[in-house]
Write a protein that binds this ligand. Sequence first.
Ligand code: NAI
Length: 629
Amino acid sequence: MNNKFLIVDFDSTFVQVETLDELAAIALAEHPESERVIEKIRTITAQGMDGKISLAESLDERLKLLSANKKHIEQLVISLADKVSPSFKRNGVFLEQFADSIYIVSSGFKEYILPIVSKFGIKEDHVFANTFTYDEAGNINGLDASNPLCQDQGKVRVVNSLNLEGSVWAVGDGITDYEIRAAGAADIFYAFTENVERTSVTAKADVVIKNFDEFLYMHDFPRAISYPRNRIKILLLENLHPNGIKMLEHEGYTVETLKGSLSEDELCAKIKDVTILGIRSKTTVTKKVLDAAERLISIGCFCIGTNQVDLDYATQKGVCVFNAPFSNTRSVVEMVIGEIIMLMRKVVSKNAQLHQGKWDKSADNCFELRGKKLGIVGYGNIGSQLSVLAEAMGMQVYYYDVMEKLQLGNARKCDTMDELLSSVDIVTLHVDGRKSNAKIIGEHEFKMMKDNVIFINLSRGHVVDIDAMVKVLDSGKILGAAVDVFPVEPKNNQEEFVSALRGYDNVILSPHIGGSTEEAQLNIGEFVARRLTSYVNGGDSTQSVNLPNIQLPELRKAHRLIHLHRNVPGVLAQINQMLASHQANILGQYLKTNEQVGYVISDIDVEYDKDLINQLKKIDGTIKSRVLY
Ligand code: NAI
């Protein structure tokens, strides 16, 4: 900051709020017409900020309405401490280090500004603001009228009086901050929009900055984060859950949302400078799309499946793909339990009869589920969760899985599917969609099941031989069935559902909604948003479907070098050689590879030769390399 001076505004810049509005809310909390008066104060504040009334007028009118005293100021200081703008707060080290070059110039009041900024190392004689006057009882009754800051062009006069020799840069959100530059007292005016964006001000600014990180990044000053979040562009398609969107916006990223999906060409045109893409199942991310994406580092599939993304090519391009593998697990499980009860009590067929006027009050073939044997095929996320709930309801759980799985509660493992099928009263399928699972339930398997079995499939349509199922339904062997997934499903709500399973009174058919609940949508939105932010902000690839999964510790007082490369011999050795030759002290290093790529994370001491970053990018086989702090 040699010969450079920073003039920083306070209200809505250093802190997130307009302080007199805040003071009014405190002072008028008990006032019978507080809302009306506070609203009036806000209107006057806005008029002043937009330059519609003079500053002196705006201050004077607001003070009259305030009815505040010294106690209220103490409360205001406590409340403001939590309202320092996030980008100033996280860059406290910069403020402290360059305090000699930083001035706070505000039309607010020194009584509450000084206690806030002094915590960041700003000196008292670098704080210029108004001061209140009080009556004997300590009530604010006006302001020191001799202070230039209560007059028009006051900030200009104060900055001029400082006689700063060098470049003067003014940072603020209001018209009075622009005036410093307009009068020639500052060389550059940065309109600060982290808290409010006034078009009347940004239109006149030399530079518009979303936050203080952006300012520090532009000048390559020491800063808390390597890359301003607002420069990270996120494109979210297909009407994602608002909570997920909010989480990403809260991180400070620049988020664009679209309701529908985009065609390949539309996406190619839009994705050029996108860092993160969020989609559901209707957007296809092809090789062409990935080639058009020059800055893409991650794709969030806000759903379960990832078939819509060319995963192989995404890996080659170093794009980390996430999904939400178990955010709707509970929804599926609850539906299975509900359907078992409906079928065991024949509610489904009795409902159909009653709608036709047939009263059939009988207990024949109606059962409780307590004590019944539930057979779960596929003991993964859904199967094992179902196991827990079913046991809690008194069922005896049997399961069969092709993999060795942790046996939960009292669940019994079966060595073969036949063993399971012949032992249980209810069969429910929860296998994954791998090709080899096609028709794993066919004629033979239905034959193995007990008479009066209940059969449920909420996994994948192709795992059941539908012709064989129709035969056993016709034979009366099955007491009831529930099917949510089909070998061929309509592409949209307008297309007719065609299936040989239609027309059976004892079969519940549902349109692939096992996981479709509001809760699941919210869980998916939040889960994927969290994975994306952990990866982008910290390099944590846990639960990525295509990159090696590395769970990383939080980054503290270190720089994190992230290096993704083709899995060829010798890259780690080259990275470490490079680290040594640039005097980098390694605090932690993490490495994982899969068949295609290697992922190396090196946490190093903040002092090192910064040329290292460029050199790492040049290592043969490098796909992506970035530095985080
Ligand atoms: P998961 O991958 O956690 O579990 C699948 C389990 O099945 C694994 O333990 C695997 O080893 C086992 N398995 C695979 N083939 C098998 C076979 N032939 N015999 C025995 N075990 C086998 O999957 P998750 O999350 O539990 O989902 C299960 C199924 O539910 C998936 O097919 C998924 O697509 C489907 N699903 C359906 C929804 C709906 O709306 N109806 C919603 C969510 C998931």
